[in-house]
Design a binder for this molecule. Structure first.
Ligand code: 0X9
Ligand code: ZN
Length: 335
């Protein structure tokens, strides 16, 4: 079970309901919100904001932004984000370190950036020649516009082409968009989209980053046990404050046992989240790649604490991002 008591991965409706509940139960501390752009299939992208006097968004406090599931099949990324929201609320009520850090910051959590893709993956059914597993392993969003005519009709979940349809939201940000490590082909799993911010999912993230004081951002993915920072491609300038940026990444990695590196050392990517947000705002952004070797292991295997919870997995020596997330929050509170 997770710290929340859950014994299975959440469904999309669990996330929506839980965030509303959290807000209802904690007026003044937690606010649920809907981002401005509906997805291609008309879903809301929802999140919670957690702060003392949460409604006073003009208080000028630094914003610490945690998000998950740009990639449909990376279910534990959403679990991590949701559990972190609970952790902040619990910690605030308990007093102590988290209360003091939450008192100095504003915390925005969007567990499911790509709800169209997530719901196909999470609720996968076989269609035509494709198995349930094919749909479960969907990565991208559901943008139909660049697909051939016959694959464009109907919602993603009802069309056999729904599996390959779409843009990779993590190749669609403006940072180095169109460069190495992203595809111009609609069917590729790393399709960059028709232009920077062509997708409602990335425009939603942009709306948070460019309208608020986001100084710290973690975007959760699976897998490989990594704490990644900019740049995503080899042949660009390192950040001006690389020593401090690296030090924060290294500190977090020392907590969860992950490896800390600039993400080009994994492979070149362009159009990724923090390659836009860092170079646009100077706020530190990290990609966490959670878990050793699977996008979403079966819940029953027992490794789920490592993948989906914030506590360290028993005996694993890795995973457990609670302290790393607190480091990030502390950096937002006292840069
Ligand atoms: O390729 C990706 O988008 C990420 N890996 S994943 O297996 N979750 O798909 C890594 C992205 C690293 N690059 C940047 N963060 N810029
Ligand atoms: Zn990913």
């Amino acid at each position: 079970a997770l710290p929340s008591g859950r014994t299975s991965y959440r469904h999309l409706y669990d996330y929506d309901y839980e965030m509303k509940q959290l807000a209802r139960a904690n007026p003044g501390l937690v606010k649920a919100f809907t981002l401005p752009n509906l997805t291609w299939e008309g879903r809301d992208v929802v999140g919670v904001e957690i702060a003392a006097n949460v409604d006073n968004t003009a208080d000028g406090k630094a914003v610490n932004f945690t998000m998950g599931v740009h990639h449909a099949r990376e279910w534990p990324a959403g679990e991590h984000a949701m559990e972190w929201a609970h952790e902040l609320v619990k910690g605030y009520q308990a007093g102590g370190e988290i209360r003091s850090l939450v008192g100095k910051t504003r915390n925005i959590v969007v567990p499911i950036v790509n709800p169209d893709g997530f719901s196909i993956s999470r609720e996968a059914e076989p269609k035509g020649d494709f198995t349930r597993f094919d749909y479960e392993m969907k990565r991208k969003n559901c943008n139909p516009t660049d697909s051939p005519e016959e694959l464009r009709t109907g919602v993603c979940a009802a069309n056999p082409g729904g599996r390959v349809r779409g843009t990779d939201p993590n190749r669609n940000y403006a940072g180095f968009w169109g460069g190495a490590g992203a595809s111009a082909t609609w069917s590729s799993d790393t399709f960059r989209g028709s232009g920077p911010f062509s997708e409602p999912e990335t425009r939603n993230v942009r709306s948070v980053v460019s309208t608020r004081q986001v100084t710290n951002l973690i975007t959760l993915h699976t897998y490989s046990n990594l704490v990644l920072r900019v740049p995503g491609v080899a042949d660009v300038r390192p950040p001006l404050d690389e020593p401090a940026y690296k030090a924060l990444g290294d500190k977090m990695a020392s907590r969860n046992g992950y490896a800390s590196k600039p993400s080009w050392q994994l492979y070149d990517t362009t159009g990724g989240t923090e390659d836009w947000s860092y170079f646009a705002t100077g706020g530190y952004g990290f990609t966490f790649e959670v878990g050793p070797d699977e996008f979403h292991p079966p819940f029953e295997t027992g490794v789920v604490a490592e993948y989906a919870g914030l506590a360290p997995a028993a005996g694993a020596g890795k995973g457990g991002n609670r302290q790393a997330f607190i480091d990030m929050l502390a950096n937002a509170a006292d840069p």
